[in-house]
Design a protein around this ligand. Sequence first.
Ligand code: SF4
Length: 431
Amino acid sequence: MSDPQYTELLGLTIQQLTEIAEGLGQPGYRVRQLLDGLYRQRWLGLEQFTMLPLAFRQSLRESGYAVGLPTIEKKFVSTDGTIRYLLAFADGQSVETVWMPDGDGGEAGDGSEDGDAELREQALSHQHSALSKGKPVPGSIGKGPSVSRIASGQTRFRELETRNLKLETLPQNAGSPSFRPQRATICVSSQVGCAVECAFCMTALLGLKRNLSAGEIVGQILAVLNDQQVEMQRDRVNLVFMGQGEPFLNYDNFMQAVRLLVEAVGIPESRMTVSTSGIVPRIADFGAEPVRPKLAVSLNAPNEALRTEIMPITKKWTIEKLMAALREFPLRNRERLTFEYVLLGGVNDGVQHAREMVDLIRGLRAKVNLIALNSGPEIPFSTPSDERVLAFQNVLTRAGISAFVRRPRGRDIYAACGQLKHTTELVQVKP
Ligand code: SF4
């Protein structure tokens, strides 16, 4: 490990860049040019900023500044097109960042435009799946088993078939940059490792190494966008801050990254979701932010005792305090909170747990994403059966709570939820 020999321009505020430019005797418009080169052109080095005078570039270099994009150390490509990137920073530390070319399915029903689009896609998938099996489909004559109407008149889709979607129906070139996704998702890390110690999560086994800077958080996204040859004017990209780390324990850097992503990169806040394990004081801060992603809470248990076992952080911030903060959280028009619930076989996946969940979140404008455990080495839990997952989902949906079973992405390359842990150190996976 070595200390970086330079200061990264990525991640600096517009005010900081202005001070640097002015300090080097440059007019104010050079800041706009710097921002364009850093965030829109996504250039790797100062030599590419040819619209800047050579003397200014040299002064920046001599003053110890560099762009600061992370380098791609390794790439693992899943059969479903998901790519797990190992990205290295200047001090030798690295994190994992995941590219999902067909999205992660996590936004369905969250009230956003993309959530609506996901619902439509899931309905089409279901129709396709049902038709291929000769079953009646919703809207056709006969009983449609997977769609129900709720009071608002919206259509709510129970994802009975979603987990069994055939991956081979994806385009053959889904893992290559020439494939143009309709709506890709990048799963972003906020820390190197994590201190939260969720018992089902491989990242927890790393412990916390350090926080990422705002530039390192944004840099992950830029490196992946470059590798995938994404053009922001043409391609839709969603971001989920659900990679390594607890974003709300690196709050200032995380929020600085969000502002740069919105203002300088051009990704709308409505296409971003952050997941927290329940850092209660930050939930109120987050609600007061003028620009912020949507909020997801990784709940995983419906009562204090069980959650404390699975997520020891519950000792500090109890479910009671967490739910009180969420009830105060100022949701925007149509916005819904998302509860993430990782189902652990025989631990938190019983119908009695589902009933407790109903009681816990009743009255909140919220939806639930159910994730059958993505198992991994050293994780002492098993993946529940499909029957248990569907029984859990049924309890929620019958109680009028939108609940979606998320199809795992990139399980074969250890890129799925809870699996990010430099897995090359643990098991052999093919690059
Ligand atoms: S689930 Fe998230 S908060 Fe919990 S240990 Fe893993 S990375 Fe940290």
